[in-house]
Design a protein around this ligand. Sequence first.
Ligand SMILES: *Cc1c(COP(=O)(O)O)cnc(C)c1O
Length: 421
Amino acid sequence: MKQETLCLHAGYEPKNGEPRVMPIVQSTTYCFDSTEHIAELFDMPTEFMYSRFANPTCDAVEKKIAALEGGAGAMLTSSGQAAALCTALNLCRAGDSFIAVSTIYGGTVNLFAVTLKKLGIECIWVSPDADDAALERAVKPNTKFVFGETLANPALRVLDIERFAAFAHRRGIPLVADNTFATPMLCRPIEWGADIVLHSTTKYMDGHAVQCGGVIVDGGTFDWAASDLFPEFTEPDESYHGVVYAKEFGAQAFIIKARMQLMRDFGCYPSAHSAFLLNLGLETLAVRMERYCANALCAAQFLETSDKIEYVTYPGLAGSRDSALVQKYLPRGCSGVISFSVKGGRAAAVRFMDSLTLASNVVHVADIRTCVLHPASSTHRQLTDEQLAAAGIDAGMIRLSVGLEHIDDIIADLTQALAHV
Ligand SMILES: *Cc1c(COP(=O)(O)O)cnc(C)c1O
């Protein structure tokens, strides 16, 4: 089935007399007829047992997202940050390192550079333009994965997925792609060689700004046994009755290990109600993404014509820095997010933002309603000047998330706010 159809039908197929709409299974607990049955589940969790790590409503949404990404399995998390944390900890332990592209989301920079460091895991930063030689210089014997964002938030650089994947695979390690901004409607990183895909579902997937969430998708492509770097996948797990994930679970080894070890221990799992709301967003994702892309291209072209604008970054603009990568990876569009700078730096940016009437000033992005944010004073506030520069951010930069209002109204709002600058 095509993506549009999967958005509506994947993950939940009601049988005779069952509800047409995926039900909210608001239960922490599941019944069994014998103690022995439960004992078997503790050896091999083939049924639902406890909602700290699995639930039927969440399961249906996990199957839908896995289908949309073309993956072997998926696990929802309570936020995008939780998805990144669980992914890193599923691959690394104290003493390990990993490589990340520097132009990624500020919250992820913080998680990688500060919090994981406290746990003894080192993040080695590389530029999005790093060539193979630069990547070779960065990698160490203890490096366990490579991480980048398909379409970076808010730098909007496009990851050369195929090249980064080829490098990672030469070193026997997986490529992890954060596909939050592109969504599987615009790009399916697994098809280009990524092994694990994650999302902040808080953004386009939910789309309505009603709940935080995340998801990890296992591409099922990485051969854990062929690499000698992942004993946790190829040797018995003492905390789970000696199970050997790569042997027992094949293409789903990564995601089942993440659930059995990390979700079991951390419990950063969404509620059934949250998964239900996420599913409503997913049902319209295909049509929404088309409109976000069309509206954002118009808005970016409009901003480009203003003499009050220093620069506009939208990868879909003709002649953009990453246009060759856009043609390859994002031929259907570049999402609804635009970064730009008003002449006059931080003060002009603040004046412009405070003059907007339709677009709201919020700590959010990828919503159905047009919104703006000033990264240097909010999402990226914790970053040093060097980190800001590496993330592709300056003090005057505004992140505009174009929504689904009529484009004429969006441009009218931008026009009147520019008149105030
Ligand atoms: C927002 C965001 C995150 C973090 O997600 P939360 O749901 O806010 O925890 C991670 N990556 C990207 C690209 C994001 O935009």
